[in-house]
Design a protein around this ligand. Structure first.
Ligand code: ADP
Length: 241
């Protein structure tokens, strides 16, 4: 069962692929109702971090904690049912279904009736402000709509934690600004703990309560916007110094 009010955390997590460590001794915590940013240069280990927090990758050493429970060996489908949902960099919508059905099949998969799933799907689309997309085929959706529908579908799990892997990629500044408002509402109105990975560092800093900076598999800095902006270590990492 979901442990309401508890955190999703990595404790001393290392992920090795052969002799290469994508993550080394990473400790971080995602708390309910807050947006957490994860930034860092290409290859820093950001996607690996999301994978290990969502059951797509087991840690080599260290623990993934949902409340007091080590979920490091739990698979993604089990974690989704326990309130840990994610989106992917490239959308994984069912191309042959319309938007409403893309959400409704998630509800059916969770054991709800077809009708209840459609009602919930409509409710989630309304909440996201994209109900006009309900009857559109998923295939051929404009990219930014596809991103929003992917988040809506993840919300069908009523997650306690939502991990977003580059949700603003390919968006204009105005679209990214709209998206940041949705992300803020997911935390504030739904009480979700959000982890946001983005290349758009400005977006991350503006919406996140707490930001972690990864470089070469290690957390080199963490804190609020001011801490990150004034960090020499962060500047050096981004300038490749
Ligand atoms: P980021 O998301 O920050 O760009 P990634 O987590 O995708 O970084 O990758 C971190 C490092 O781990 C990269 O050097 C990448 O090549 C390596 N890596 C990621 N996944 C695997 C894998 N399955 N096997 C081997 N190396 C991997």
């Amino acid at each position: 069962d979901q442990q309401k009010g508890s955190s999703l955390a990595a404790s001393g997590v290392t992920v090795a692929f052969g002799g290469f460590k994508a993550l080394t001794d990473v400790t971080m915590s995602i708390t309910p109702g807050a947006v957490h940013g994860l930034i860092g240069p290409n290859g820093a280990g950001k996607t690996t971090m999301v994978n290990v927090l969502t059951g797509f990758q087991a840690p080599t050493t260290g623990a993934i904690l949902l409340g007091d429970t080590d979920i490091g060996t739990h698979k993604a489908h089990k974690l989704r049912r326990n309130g840990v949902a994610r989106t992917f960099q490239a959308g994984r919508l069912f191309a042959g279904l319309d938007v409403l059905d893309n959400l409704a099949v998630t509800g059916v998969g969770l054991g709800h009736s077809r009708h209840a799933s459609e009602v919930e799907a409509q409710r989630v689309l309304d909440w996201m402000g994209v109900s006009h997309l309900a009857d559109m085929p998923a295939m051929g959706l404009p990219y930014t709509d596809e991103r929003r529908v992917s988040i809506a579908r993840a919300l069908m799990y009523s997650p306690s934690f939502l991990l977003l892997d580059e949700p603003a990629a390919g968006m204009s500044e105005a679209e990214a600004e709209d998206l940041s408002q949705v992300i803020a509402r997911v935390a504030a109105e739904l009480g979700c703990g959000v982890l946001l990975i983005e290349h758009n560092v400005g977006l991350v800093l503006s919406v996140s309560h707490h930001v972690y900076v990864l470089d070469a598999g290690q957390i080199i800095e963490e804190g609020d916007r001011d801490v990150i902006l004034s960090s020499r270590k962060v500047r050096d990492a981004y300038l490749g110094a």
